[in-house]
Design a protein around this ligand. Structure first.
Ligand code: NAD
Length: 489
C-alpha cells in the first residue's frame, strides 16, 4: 500500500448557510505526488448552487448593513485563525496540489492570511468623489454600495491564495458570496469554512460549493441572482463564462492565462537575473499565471546566460514535496503532466534543442512517489517564435530561451502573442527599462525583479490575459455599485 492509502480517506462537504452538507455524488481527488485518490469532493450541481445562492441572498441585508469597521474586525479575526493553523493549511495545500511544503508555508498560506488583513485595512480607507457646480447651486457626490451575491471561481494552482484574494474584498465590501474552488484542489477552502463561525462570519455570508466547472461552475455563472462573477482560470473557460453570463449582463472580472516574456539585455546583472529567472520559470512547478516561459537574451550574453541558466536548472531538486530541501513538487494531474510533456516533444520535432530536463536527464524519485506527476525543469533553446511552445501557455516547468539583437526587435517579438499578463525586463539602464516597460503589452512589468507585489496597485492582464483589474481600489470598485447623487439647494 502507498502512503496515501494508509491515511484516512477525506470526504469534503459543501458549506451552505453555515452548515456542512453532504452531496449525492462525489468526485475523486488525487494526491499528485503519489498518484493515489485520497479525497472525495462533492460533485455539486444546480440544486446545491441554488441552496447556496439562497443562503447568500438571505444573509445579504444584515451583512451589507454592517459598518466597514465591523466587517474589518471579522476579517482580521479570520486572518488570525488561519495563521494559527498555518502549518496544517500548508501541509494540506502541498498534499492536495503537489506543490512543495516550503512554497505553501512561505507563499500560499501567508498570502491567504495577508489577503484578509489587507482588505480588512483597505476597506477603512476608501473615499468617494464629490464635485460642486456653484452656478447651478449643486453638489454631486458618489456613493458606493455592495452589489449582492458574488460568484467566485478559482483555479488549482494557488488554491487558497487566489480564492481568498476574491473572498476577502467581496465580503469586506459587504457582499455575500458563493465560491467554487477548483475540483482538483478543494481541501484548504473546506478547512477555512471550519473557521468562519469562530471568526464571527455570519451564516450565509460565505458559502462554498464544491464541484466541476461544467456543472457547479456553470450553475453559478448562469444563476440569475448572482450579478457578478470574479473568475481566475484559463482563457478558454473565460470565453465560455462570458457567453453563459451574457443573457444576464453580469459584471465580470477575468484573470486569465499568460505567456510571459523575460527580456535580458546585455547590461543585466546576471547574478540577480539568473536565480530570479529560474524561480520565475519553475516556481510552483511553473504553474503560476505569472511564470516566465519565453526568455529573450541579447546576443552578446546569450551563450553565457544559457550556460549558467542550464547549469543552475540542473541543480533543482524534484521529488517528495514535503521534503523541505526539494525545489519542485508534482504537477497537478496526470493529464496536465502529459500535456506539458507533449509541448517538449513538439519542440524537439520542430528542431529545437532541449538543453536539460524532460527527455534529456533522468528523474530518480524516492520510494512511494514513483507514480507521482513529476517532471524536471526543462530548458529549450532555438525555438521559433511561431512555435506553439512560444505562443501557447504551457503552465508547467518548461521555459524557452532565444536570442535577440535590438530593443526595437525584442519589444515586437515579446508582444507577438495573444496574451499580455506579466513581463520582466533585466537591464541596468534606467532609461531603457522605462522605455521598454512603457511599450510592452502587459498588465504587469517587473524590472530587475519578479513577483514583488504591492496589493494596493492594479493586478491583471491585457489582451487574452483578462478583463478588469484587482487590487485595493480596483477590487473595491468591482465589488461595489457606484451611484452619482446630485443635490440642489
Ligand atoms: P480552468 O479555467 O480550467 O478552471 C478554473 C476554474 O473554473 C475551476 O474552478 C473550474 O472548475 C472552473 N470552470 C471550468 N469550466 C467552467 C465553466 N464552464 N463555467 C464555470 N466555471 C468553470 O483553469 P485551471 O486549469 O484551473 O487554472 C489554470 C489557468 O488559470 C491557467 O490558464 C492560468 O494562467 C490561469 N491563472 C490565471 C491567474 C491570473 O491571475 N491571471 C492566476 C492563476 C491562474
Amino acid at each position: 500500500p502507498t502512503m496515501a492509502h494508509s491515511k484516512a480517506h477525506l470526504v469534503l462537504e459543501n458549506f451552505i448557510g453555515g452548515k456542512f452538507l453532504p452531496c449525492s455524488s462525489y468526485i475523486d481527488s488525487y494526491n499528485p505526488s503519489t498518484g493515489d485518490v485520497y479525497c472525495s469532493v462533492p460533485d455539486s450541481g444546480k440544486e446545491e448552487v441554488e441552496a447556496a445562492v439562497k443562503a447568500a441572498k438571505d444573509a445579504f441585508p444584515v451583512w451589507s448593513s454592517k459598518s466597514p469597521l465591523e466587517r474589518s474586525q471579522i476579517l482580521n479575526k479570520l486572518a488570525d485563525l488561519i495563521e494559527h493553523d498555518l502549518e496544517a493549511f500548508a501541509q494540506a495545500e502541498s498534499k492536495d496540489q503537489g506543490k512543495t511544503i516550503m512554497f505553501a508555508r512561505t507563499v500560499d498560506i501567508p498570502r491567504a492570511v495577508y489577503n484578509f488583513r489587507f482588505f480588512a485595512s483597505s476597506i477603512l480607507h476608501h473615499t468617494t468623489e464629490c464635485t460642486e457646480m456653484a452656478t447651478m447651486g449643486c453638489v454631486h457626490y458618489t456613493s458606493r454600495a455592495p452589489v449582492g451575491v458574488a460568484g467566485l471561481i478559482s483555479p488549482w494552482n494557488l488554491p487558497l491564495y487566489l480564492l481568498t484574494w476574491k473572498i476577502a474584498p467581496a465580503i469586506a465590501c459587504g457582499n455575500t458570496v458563493v465560491a467554487k474552488p477548483s475540483e482538483m484542489t478543494s481541501v484548504t477552502a473546506w478547512m477555512m469554512c471550519k473557521l468562519l463561525d469562530k471568526a464571527g462570519v455570519p451564516h450565509g455570508v460565505v458559502n462554498m460549493v464544491f464541484g466541476t466547472g461544467t456543472k457547479a461552475g456553470e450553475a453559478l455563472v448562469c444563476h440569475p441572482d448572482v450579478p457578478l462573477i470574479s473568475f481566475t482560470g484559463s482563457t478558454l473557460t473565460a470565453q465560455r463564462i462570458m457567453e453563459k453570463s451574457a443573457p444576464h449582463c453580469k459584471r465580470l472580472s477575468l484573470e486569465l492565462g499568460g505567456k510571459n516574456p523575460a527580456i535580458v539585455f546585455d547590461d543585466a546583472n546576471l547574478t540577480q537575473c539568473i536565480p530570479t529567472t529560474l524561480r520565475s520559470s519553475f516556481a510552483n512547478q511553473g504553474e503560476i499565471c505569472l511564470c516566465t516561459s519565453r526568455i529573450f537574451v541579447q546576443r552578446g550574453i546569450y551563450s553565457e546566460f544559457l550556460k549558467r541558466f542550464v547549469a543552475e536548472a540542473k541543480k533543482w531538486k524534484v521529488g517528495n514535496p514535503s521534503d523541505p530541501t526539494v525545489d519542485m513538487g508534482a504537477l497537478i494531474s496526470k493529464e496536465h503532466l502529459e500535456k506539458v510533456r507533449s509541448y517538449v516533444k513538439k519542440a524537439q520535432a520542430e528542431g529545437a534543442r532541449v538543453l536539460c530536463g524532460e527527455g534529456v536527464d533522468s528523474l530518480a524519485l524516492p520510494t512511494g512517489y514513483e507514480k507521482g506527476y513529476f517532471m524536471l525543469p526543462t530548458v529549450i533553446a532555438e525555438v521559433k517564435d511561431e512555435s506553439c511552445c512560444m505562443q501557447e501557455e504551457i503552465f508547467g516547468p518548461v521555459t524557452c530561451v532565444v536570442a535577440f539583437d535590438t530593443e526595437e526587435e525584442v519589444i515586437k517579438r515579446a508582444n507577438s502573442v495573444k496574451y499580455g499578463l506579466a513581463a520582466t525586463v533585466w537591464s541596468s539602464n534606467v532609461g531603457r527599462v522605462h522605455r521598454v516597460a512603457q511599450r510592452l503589452q502587459s498588465g504587469l512589468v517587473w524590472t530587475n525583479c519578479w513577483l514583488v507585489r504591492d496589493l494596493n496597485l492594479p493586478f491583471g492582464g491585457m489582451k487574452a490575459s483578462g478583463i478588469g483589474r484587482e487590487g485595493a481600489k480596483d477590487s473595491y470598485e468591482f465589488f461595489t455599485e457606484v451611484k452619482t447623487i446630485t443635490i440642489k439647494h
